[in-house]
Design a protein around this ligand. Structure first.
Ligand code: SF4
Length: 321
């Protein structure tokens, strides 16, 4: 039976913040918003273990905007840092050096570069060892803070600094994203979820639900990136919502491996509505419209949702291509 959540409407989003306002990240950063929401559920007894990435810029000692704790690690080794902290806490509690009330939740926070590429090996090891930790990936779909180079989370059609649209490669990036959700699921962790701050109640519920499990817990949060995606910083929530409503960013969870979609758009909006609003896709619209690439993206979305509707038994109205 599904446990009753304390988050039912937007009015239930906690007012208390564990992050000070201001800071050195780009205005409108969706990654920062994900960290803020995540922290609201976990409370202040948290240690963030950060792999090199955009969030690293948030903490410039002695200027720490968090009311919790922070450990910075190299790109590939955040899960190893998390293991060290978890082990140290367990030993200190066992020896009675600190009371259980001072235990900390250990949260790895990385961008997609570390999560999908550079840190995947150490992550796999940590899941295999059944480390009790949260893994929050803010997925802005490129290497954001070094100039928006392609990562293995970059979607087809996106122009990046290393996959620009050119006469010989007019689509921009042609590689499909790795499926990090399924890579984790193959390791049999107790809880995995995708998130978007635009569906804040769904977001909070999933963090709350995952907290009920010991072991590795993955959260992949879409992270609208005004700087790299090319839109007005005030539109982050709108962009993230369009990603969900067009079906490009499915909101789902897997409890003990069983997958369920938590937000199901009854009628998908055309992907074009999402792509047209971002500079990284403008080569698909000007000087000539790349109907072939847009159709490929739409077909991929349609076939994903067709499969989900069959497996989970609901109706969904697809977009005709
Ligand atoms: S580059 Fe993008 S993800 Fe990185 S801080 Fe700026 S807005 Fe956030």
């Amino acid at each position: 039976m599904e446990l009753q959540s304390k988050y039912r409407t937007l009015r239930d989003v906690p007012q208390l913040d564990y992050l000070s306002p201001g800071g050195s990240l780009c205005a409108g950063c969706g990654g920062l918003l994900a960290v803020r929401l995540f922290h609201k559920v976990l409370g202040k007894n948290v240690v963030w273990v950060n792999a090199a990435g955009c969030m690293t810029i948030m903490v410039n000692y002695p200027l720490v905007p968090l009311k919790s704790n922070w450990l910075y690690t190299a790109f590939a080794s955040a899960p190893a840092g998390a293991q060290g902290i978890r082990d140290a806490l367990d030993i200190l509690i066992k020896k009675g050096k600190i009371p259980e009330s001072e235990d900390l939740k250990v949260v790895v926070v990385t961008g997609d570069g570390a999560a999908y590429d550079i840190g995947l090996q150490s992550t796999s090891g940590a899941i295999y060892r059944n480390l009790d930790f949260y893994y929050l990936c803010y997925d802005n779909q490129a290497y954001g803070n070094t100039g928006f180079q392609v990562s293995s989370a970059t979607p087809v059609g996106s122009s990046t600094a290393t996959t620009p649209a050119t006469p010989s490669q007019p689509a921009g990036n042609i590689q499909k994203r790795k499926d990090l959700f399924e890579i984790w699921r193959a390791h049999n962790p107790p809880y995995i979820a995708t998130l978007s701050s635009s569906y804040a109640v769904d977001f909070l519920k999933k963090v709350e639900k995952g907290s009920g499990f010991r072991g590795p817990k993955l959260y992949i949060s879409l992270a609208g990136c005004p700087t790299g995606w090319g839109y007005d910083p005030r539109e982050t929530i709108r962009e993230e919502k369009l990603a969900v409503d067009t079906g490009i960013w499915p909101l789902k969870e897997a409890v003990e491996g069983k997958v369920r979609h938590t937000v199901v758009p009854r009628a998908l909006r055309p992907v074009e509505e999402y792509l047209a609003t971002q500079a990284r896709y403008q080569h698909l619209f000007t000087p000539t419209k790349r109907i072939d690439v847009i159709r490929q993206i739409q077909n991929d979305v349609n076939s994903y949702w067709e499969g989900v509707a069959d497996r989970e038994g609901f109706d969904i109205k697809l977009v005709e291509t």
